[in-house]
Design a protein around this ligand. Structure first.
Ligand code: HEC
Length: 153
């Protein structure tokens, strides 16, 4: 491909909206659905690990290692959906999400740090250490939900 064509192709691809700002332009209702979907998947892949750590399900190191990788990515996904533009849409997010953005961000980072430690622990293969790391991830879910999510009825 000649250089001019290549440049034109790139310009088209960028112009088609494959930029980060496209995320911010999504409709608020869509952002809420997407962040809830990311949280639902986080629950799907963390749930079994929590059960294993509590001895409610047989321990399976392969599943833990796989899910820790999934959670590494998932733990980065929901947050750009909590745009101030969504503040008036009905959801389980408390107003504190928008009023205390720094604390909300810190709770995200705590989750990411603990998921990172879990992923590292799975490389070591020490079951006790892995279960402890799962417990710490669980605490970081609860830490944020306690402050930023409506209590379940
Ligand atoms: C930094 C804050 C924060 C962290 C950390 C966090 N959550 Fe959430 N989570 C929320 C908020 C806020 C909502 C409500 C979102 C909404 O209704 O738009 C939510 C909703 C959910 C939901 C319900 C999704 C739905 O369909 O409405 C599940 C399931 C969930 N979280 C699981 C988890 C798990 C599991 C973890 C830990 C691995 C976790 N969350 C960590 C803030 C957090």
């Amino acid at each position: 491909m000649n250089k001019k064509l290549l440049a034109a192709g790139l310009a088209l691809a960028l112009g088609a909206g494959y930029t980060l700002s496209a995320v911010a332009q999504a409709k608020p209702e869509v952002l809420v659905k997407q962040r809830q979907a990311a949280m639902t998947l986080t629950g799907k892949y963390f749930g079994p690990l929590s059960q294993m750590a509590q001895g409610k399900m047989p321990y399976n190191g392969k599943i833990v290692a796989r899910n820790a990788e999934f959670l590494t990515v998932l733990s980065q996904m929901p947050w750009d959906g909590f745009s101030p533009a969504t503040a008036d849409i009905k959801s389980a997010a408390l107003p504190a999400v928008y009023k205390d953005a720094a604390k909300f961000k810190a709770a995200q980072e705590l989750l990411q740090t603990n998921v990172g430690k879990l992923a590292a622990a799975t490389k070591g293969g020490n079951e006790g250490a892995i279960k402890a790391a799962i417990g710490d991830v669980g605490k970081s879910c609860g830490n944020c939900h306690d402050n930023f999510r409506e209590k379940k009825q």
